[in-house]
Design a protein. Structure first.
Length: 374
C-alpha cells in the first residue's frame, strides 16, 4: 500500500472517530452541480493518480481515481480505443473518480449506454476506513449485488473511490454528422422513425432558433459501409468532420452558445428533464425558451427560474419522466426546491437509508451533496 492511499485511509479513520464531515474532491469540475453547498474538510484524491493497467487486447483499463480523465482518454486513443459514453469534462482537471461518482454521460449515452455499463470493478474506502474491492476486470464477475455500479452516481456519499476498472471500446471506423433544419416536433418525429431502422445512430441534438424553428444534428458511427449508406438514405447536410467534432465536444461539456445564453439571465437555472425518447414536445411554462434536446429525445435541457421547478417536474411526470436541478447560480437558495426529486416510495427510501448506514455509518462523506439530509 503506497503512502498516498495510506494517508487517505488514516484521514477517513480520524474523521469517523471525530464524526467530522469530509468533502471528497478530485478536480472540482462538478462542484457547480445543483448549487450544492459543499460541507466538511476537503479530502483531495488527486494524489491517487496513474493508469494501473491497460490491456488493449482485452478492452480493459484499471485506473486510480485521481487520474485526470484527459490522461486516460489520451492513453486509450493511442491504441485506437475510447470511453464510448463520452464523459463530460466541463473544465480542465476532471478525474476518473469524479466521472464515476457523478455518473454523467455525454451525447452518445442513448446509443452506447451510461457510465455504469462500463464499470467492471472498483476499490473504495468506506466510512469505517476499510479498503474494499468489488467486481473485477471482466464482465461476468458478479454474484449477488453489483456494488461497483451502485457507486456510479452516488456523488461520493458512500465512500472514497480509489481505483476503477473500466471496459473500453475501439474507436468506430467511420463517423459522419448530418444537419437538418426543422422544428422540435419534426426533429422528434425523425428521430423516432430513424430509431426503428437499422441505422448507425450514435448521438443527436436539437437547438431552437427564431420563430420556433431550429437545427437538428445527428451523428452516425459504425462500419464505413453502414455510415455511407445512412448518409444517402437520411438526407440532410453532411458537415465537415473537424467542425462537427468541435460541436459535439462543446455539447458534451455544455460549452454551446445555447448553454452560455444563461449568463444573460442570472435568474434562470439549468434543469435536466429525463423523459421517454418517444415523449412529445413538452408544454413548458410561459416565458421559458425551447429546450436543447439530446439522446434522441430522452434528455431535455431547460433554462428556467427556480420557481418554475414545480411546473417542470409536473410536466416531466405527465410523460413518465423526472426533472432535476442541474445548475443554479450561487445567489439562488435551492434548499426548499431540492436538486433531486424526493423518494416517494417508502421501500426505496429504506433501501437508501440502509445503504447509507452500511457504507458510511457516521455520515461523514460529502454531506449535502445529494440534497437536504445528504
Amino acid at each position: 500500500m503506497d503512502s498516498a492511499l495510506r494517508q487517505i485511509i488514516d484521514r477517513v479513520r480520524d474523521s469517523a472517530e471525530r464524526q467530522a464531515p469530509l468533502c471528497i474532491r478530485g478536480g472540482g469540475t462538478k462542484d457547480f452541480h445543483g448549487a450544492a453547498v459543499l460541507q466538511g474538510e476537503r479530502l483531495d484524491t488527486t494524489a491517487l493518480s496513474g493508469i494501473v493497467n491497460h490491456e488493449p487486447s482485452e478492452l480493459v483499463a484499471t485506473v486510480r481515481a485521481g487520474t485526470p480523465l484527459a490522461e486516460l482518454e489520451a492513453a486509450l486513443a493511442a491504441h485506437g480505443q475510447c470511453l464510448p459514453f463520452e464523459p463530460p469534462h466541463f473544465a480542465p482537471g476532471s478525474t476518473v473518480g469524479g466521472m464515476v461518482a457523478a455518473g454523467l454521460s455525454g451525447p452518445a449515452r442513448a446509443s452506447v449506454g451510461a457510465v455504469r455499463d462500463y464499470v467492471l470493478g472498483l476499490e473504495l474506502i468506506n466510512g469505517r476506513a476499510e479498503l474494499l474491492r468489488f467486481g473485477g476486470q471482466v464482465m461476468k464477475n458478479v454474484a449477488g449485488y453489483d456494488v461497483s455500479r451502485l457507486m456510479v452516481g452516488a456523488w461520493g456519499t458512500l465512500g472514497v473511490l480509489t481505483e476503477v476498472s473500466l471496459k473500453v471500446l475501439p474507436v468506430p471506423p467511420a463517423e459522419a454528422t448530418l444537419r437538418f433544419e426543422c422544428n422540435p416536433a419534426d426533429a422528434l418525429r425523425r428521430l423516432q422513425a430513424w430509431g426503428g431502422q437499422p441505422l448507425p445512430l450514435n448521438a443527436s441534438r436539437w437547438e431552437g432558433g427564431a420563430g420556433g424553428t431550429g437545427t437538428l444534428w445527428v451523428r452516425l458511427r459504425g462500419a464505413v459501409a453502414a455510415v455511407e449508406a445512412a448518409c444517402r438514405s437520411m438526407g440532410g447536410e453532411c458537415l465537415d468532420a473537424a467542425a462537427a467534432a468541435t460541436g459535439w465536444q462543446a455539447c458534451r461539456d455544455q460549452a454551446l452558445p445555447w448553454f452560455a445564453a444563461r449568463a444573460e439571465r442570472p435568474d434562470h437555472a439549468l434543469w435536466r428533464l429525463s423523459v421517454p425518447a418517444a415523449a412529445p414536445v413538452l408544454a413548458l411554462p410561459a416565458g421559458v425558451a425551447p429546450p436543447l434536446i439530446e439522446w434522441h429525445g430522452a434528455l431535455r435541457w431547460v433554462q428556467a427560474p427556480l420557481d418554475a421547478g414545480a411546473a417542470l417536474r409536473e410536466t416531466a411526470h405527465a410523460v413518465g419522466g423526472s426533472a432535476s436541478l442541474f445548475i443554479a447560480s450561487e445567489a439562488m437558495d435551492t434548499r426548499a426546491m431540492g436538486r433531486f426529486e424526493p423518494i416517494s416510495q417508502k421501500a426505496l427510501a429504506q433501501i437508501h437509508s440502509r445503504l447509507q448506514q452500511a457504507f458510511d455509518p457516521a455520515g461523514i462523506f460529502n454531506p449535502g451533496r445529494m440534497g437536504p439530509g445528504r
